[in-house]
Ligand binder design. Structure first.
Ligand code: FAD
Length: 520
């Protein structure tokens, strides 16, 4: 029996090798042959991601100079090659579970398309930017600032690509007010899985537009997005407040995000939150002055868990004189003690780019390129108190493994568009909870076990994964819920041969599970 199995595996391996060899030679006949790379460095880079947990080896990496190069590749896979091969757009590979990989297929290194941001103005849209899907948000910021404007919706980290975040949602502390990044797109150019190049918007090819946003790369490759801009502020008042009582913490967070009309003075620009423990103090202590460190450490030792609300209010020359008063009004009735409020005044760009500072420190310590068994969730407001007891207290605190950042912050459902593919809980308010674990190469499985325990708690609680990672079709069906049928129909329409983003493991189960790095 075991011998038969081994023989079958070997036969499959040989036929897969023959296929990849023949694919490679066929690819060389294309007019994009000189942009295809098979050197070990290119293949090695495209086989891993920020997670450093999964490895999938592609046949080649395409470094396109124009979007047309991608269309040629996809049209060839769809029309000409007898057995379709998979294609994955890769932004920066900041995924953590192989989502941008393509085993035995072709990875498209989107960044080779270079920088392209054009800022314009129209009567109906005000300022907007046309940006390449490959662009990093930091570059979009730099370019738009030259015009005194900036995107309104951000992620915490700016070295992510526009196409990569729009394929998920793109969330941060501003989402409660401005919606996720996918709610701030007017139009896109997309290469579908049939190799067609289409412009889409809520009015033109709306099915494609809505399916691509939050669509996990399943329906097309975004080559351009037209995104909303607003006036760029100059500076930020950045405040952190500490709570030992979870209910007081969530009540105040929810109160802060309940004021979310875009034009109010008495509204924050950013509301997030974190879980502070003694064990993960390296991830949160640096914000505070060293004079406060002993007091904070004794507080966290006393309470074991502290909850921190983090807010920001942006200002410029015109609002400078009022900002302190406005902030005082917004924060005045909150229930943290006044002695537990810490404030900074920083440049707008420094605020937006704050995670880069932490990245540089970790890089210097050799702690950036390590496995990242992350878990990100959307927890409905009605379950968040149970989540605190069932997960933060009974799993995270008891296991005493978590050394990294744990994020927890609420957002408003009405800032999301249900026609889009992104999946969120069915409640007016829900929380983003992120366990941003780093681990050693030998022990990431232990964090995965903890993640599994958390996911077990989440079953039947209306909790959804953000940046989802599932391995079976039934899990995906459950994840998408009522949206699954539409998701499947859209796949059949825009990528009928299931060529795109196979690393998401939604439609490509016949390829088996991704291989693990330690198993290669
Ligand atoms: P990749 O990982 O390269 O790709 C992600 C998926 O999108 C893949 O399936 C890929 O095939 C597909 N894809 C990539 N480009 C395109 C395109 N042009 N068209 C169609 N499909 C495409 N997310 C947040 O929402 N908020 C945060 O604050 C946040 N902070 C982060 C901080 C760090 C340090 C890291 C590593 C990640 C963070 N993320 C955050 C997650 C991030 O949004 C995802 O990793 C996302 O995938 C973007 O990464 P990327 O651009 O490198 O895309």
């Amino acid at each position: 029996m075991a011998q038969n199995h081994q023989m079958a595996s070997r036969c499959m391996l040989l036929s897969s090798e023959r296929l990849t060899n023949s694919l490679y030679h066929k690819l060389l006949s294309l007019p994009i042959a000189d942009k295809l790379h098979v050197d070990p460095e290119s293949i090695g880079e495209a086989s891993v991601d920020f997670g450093l947990i999964v490895r999938e080896i592609p046949v080649a990496v395409l470094r396109p100079s124009h979007p047309e190069d991608i269309a040629i590749l996809v049209a060839f896979a769809y029309n000409k090659f007898p057995i379709p091969f998979t294609i994955s757009a890769r932004g920066c590979g900041h995924s953590v579970r192989g989502q941008a990989m393509a085993r035995d297929g072709v990875v498209v290194d989107m960044t080779s398309l270079g920088n392209k941001t054009t800022v314009s103005w129209s009567q109906s849209l005000g300022h907007y930017a046309d940006v390449g899907g490959q662009q990093l948000w930091i570059d979009v910021l730099e370019e738009t600032l030259k015009h005194g404007v900036a995107p309104v919706s951000w992620t915490d980290y700016l070295y992510l690509t526009v196409g990569g975040t729009l394929s998920n949602a793109g969330i941060s502390g501003g989402t409660f007010r401005y919606g996720p990044q996918i709610s701030n797109v007017y139009e896109m150019d997309v290469i579908t899985g049939t190799g067609h190049f289409l412009t889409c918007s809520p009015h033109e090819n709306p099915e494609l537009f809505h399916s691509v946003l939050g669509g996990l790369g399943q329906f097309g490759i975004i080559t351009r997005a037209r995104i909303a801009l607003g006036p760029a502020p100059k500076r930020a008042k950045w405040v952190k407040m500490l709570y030992s009582d979870f209910s007081a913490f969530t009540t105040d967070q929810e109160r802060l995000i309940s004021r979310h009309r875009r034009d109010q003075d008495e509204v924050l620009d950013y509301v997030e939150g974190q879980l502070f423990m003694r064990r993960n103090s390296d991830s949160w202590i640096s914000f505070f002055s060293s004079l406060d460190h002993p007091r904070l450490m004794s507080l966290v030792t006393e309470h074991e868990l502290l909850y921190c609300i983090e807010v920001a209010k942006f200002y410029d020359e015109c609002t400078q004189s009022a900002v302190d008063k406005d902030l005082e009004k917004i924060l005045k009735d909150l229930s943290h003690g006044p002695e537990f409020l810490y404030q900074k005044d920083v440049g707008y760009v420094d605020f937006l780019n704050r995670v880069r500072v932490g990245e540089m420190v970790l890089r210097e310590q050799g702690l950036w390129n390590v496995p990242h068994p992350w878990l990100n969730l959307f927890v409905p407001k009605s379950r968040i108190a149970d989540f605190n007891t069932g997960v933060f207290k009974n799993i995270v605190l008891k296991k005493n493994m978590t050394t990294e950042l744990v994020l927890i912050y609420p957002m408003n459902n009405d800032k999301w568009d249900d026609r889009m593919s992104a999946v969120i809980p069915d409640e007016d308010v829900f929380y983003a909870v992120g366990f941003l674990h780093s681990s050693g190469f030998e022990d990431w499985q232990e964090f995965d076990l903890q993640n599994k325990e958390v996911l077990h708690f989440c079953e039947d609680n209306g909790i959804k994964q953000y940046l989802p990672n599932y391995s079976t079709e039934s899990d995906w069906i459950q994840h998408f819920g009522p949206k699954w049928r539409k998701f499947e129909e859209n796949k059949a329409q825009f990528d009928p041969k299931m060529l795109l983003s196979p690393g998401q493991n939604i439609f490509n189960h016949n390829q088996g599970m991704n291989s693990k790095i330690d198993g290669v």
